[in-house]
Design a protein around this ligand. Structure first.
Ligand code: ADP
Ligand code: MG
Length: 438
């Protein structure tokens, strides 16, 4: 069912095609790594096989977390061989990508320091006794300081204690976009069912609903329903509730009902510990003076700290040299230049967009054509044009030596999509906020 929902709602397949061809498909069983799917007739089968196999495989991977082949069979064929086969169930894994959780983000891999002690303790308390310790738990802190990591840790913990528990993790962007779609498709009831019938709701980066009245309204009711039913709510933000401008007063005050815990930038010892833990986890052989060099020079943000290490390793492989402090200095010279105001560059835009879509930044400048890459690439073109003063040829140059007409094309495509689709417009707004920091 989840796979059906994904094909219906999130793929490129039109509603009519979905209804005609895919709605009646029925998974029968798993044989080795092939899922047998029942189709009604032969003509339909050939068409589906040709046209939708790939989408179905991708949807299965999203839900189950693994790649399965698929094989279509007619009812008659299935009946024929029915006696022979043992009935193996299709695995459904609660603990994987479908619920949006990163398996690396657990309490085990979270390093506790002075900067995050309170938030960590509160998160653990909530994970151990949901809806009893603090409700809601509101975690705030700057970018890359571990809010998302802590939230996923709570979700993993609760699911590991009780796999039946209904835990829902969403970004506030996803919440907003699903709300928009539910209104557009007249499926508000479904939306409510989804968000109100759960045990634990985690909403990441709530600051992005500021100023969005309809979303705040809906979230307010979601909050109340869950709270009254004694369900746990966990919220994160880049700032405390009282500093989120244009947040409705009634939401603000609710956010303050439970516990508000902050995460500060890590001190030197914590930075060292985080890097050592990372090196250990990934079996990296990093000399101590290299770790120390990075921990001394990158201060503000753990994501950049980890980025620094990755850069050094990449550089060392590239130039075939050992990992030494000298090499580290060389590798990081762009990163560590004296502090200046962060200028918005296409490079920076590219990094934010790549992170948002969970793709490799290098793919964006590459020649790769699949939509998962080509579309974010066009978003980078659009944002580079709207957020920097650079000329089109210059932007094209930076984004993998592309022609200025390619950039205009990307810009126009995205502009059009923004007008057509308000959920997408919301995503672009959020990306813009992430980039400009406003
Ligand atoms: P935020 O959501 O606050 O922007 P994230 O949770 O995405 O930050 O963290 C950014 C990166 O830093 C992630 O890779 C995360 O695993 C890592 N990280 C953050 N805090 C810690 C910590 N205390 N221990 C280990 N890794 C951390
Ligand atoms: Mg985050």
């Amino acid at each position: 069912d989840k796979i059906q929902a994904l094909l219906r709602d999130e793929s490129d397949i039109s509603k009519i095609s979905y209804k005609t061809f895919l709605e009646n498909l029925e998974p029968i069983r798993v044989q080795d790594n092939t899922i047998i799917i029942k189709t009604d007739d032969e003509i339909g089968r050939d068409y589906i096989e040709r046209k939708y196999s790939k989408s179905i495989i991708i949807a299965i991977r999203e839900i189950v977390g693994e790649i399965y082949n698929i094989k279509f069979m007619l009812p008659s064929e299935i009946a024929k061989e029915k006696k022979k086969v043992s009935n193996k169930k299709i695995p459904t894994n609660n603990n994987n990508e479908y619920n949006g959780l990163n398996s690396r983000y657990t309490f085990d891999t979270f390093v506790v320091g002075n900067n995050n002690k309170l938030a960590h303790a509160a998160a653990l308390a909530v994970a151990e006794s949901p809806a009893e310790a603090y409700n809601p738990l509101f975690i705030y802190g700057g970018v890359g300081l571990g809010k998302t990591h802590l939230m996923h840790s709570i979700a993993h913990f609760i699911l590991s204690e009780n796999s039946e528990s209904k835990v829902l993790y969403v970004s506030s962007e996803k919440f907003t976009n699903e709300l928009i779609k539910s209104i557009r498709d007249d499926k508000n009831e479904e939306f409510r069912q989804k968000y109100r019938n759960i045990d634990v709701l985690l909403v990441d980066d709530i600051q992005f609903i500021a100023g969005k009245e309809r979303t705040q309204e809906e979230f307010f009711h979601t909050f109340n329903t869950l709270y009254e039913a004694k369900k746990q709510i966990i919220i994160s933000s880049d700032r405390p509730p009282k500093e989120i401008e244009t947040l409705e007063e009634r939401l603000r005050s609710r956010f303050e009902w439970g516990l508000i815990a902050d995460i500060q930038p890590p001190d030197f010892e914590t930075r060292m510990a985080i890097l050592q833990k990372r090196a250990e986890m990934e079996h990296l052989n990093l000399p101590n003076d290299v770790i120390q060099y990075v921990a001394t020079n990158i201060k503000s943000n753990i994501r950049e700290l980890e980025g620094g290490i990755n850069k050094i390793i990449a550089y060392s492989t590239l130039v075939h040299k050992d990992l030494t402090k000298e090499l580290a200095e060389d590798a990081l010279k762009d990163l560590i230049t004296p502090e200046k105001d962060k200028e918005i560059t296409p490079q920076f835009i590219l990094e934010i967009v790549a992170e948002h879509y969970n793709i490799n930044p290098a793919d964006i400048v590459s020649k790769k054509r699949p939509r998962e890459i080509a579309y974010p690439r066009q978003i980078v073109m659009y944002l580079s044009r709207t957020l920097t003063d650079l000329s089109l040829p210059k932007i094209g140059q930076i984004l993998g030596k592309r022609d200025h007409t390619t950039i205009i094309h990307g810009y126009e495509k995205i502009s059009k999509d923004i007008q057509k689709d308000s959920a997408f417009k919301n995503t672009i707004e959020i990306l813009t906020k992430k980039i400009t920091g406003k």
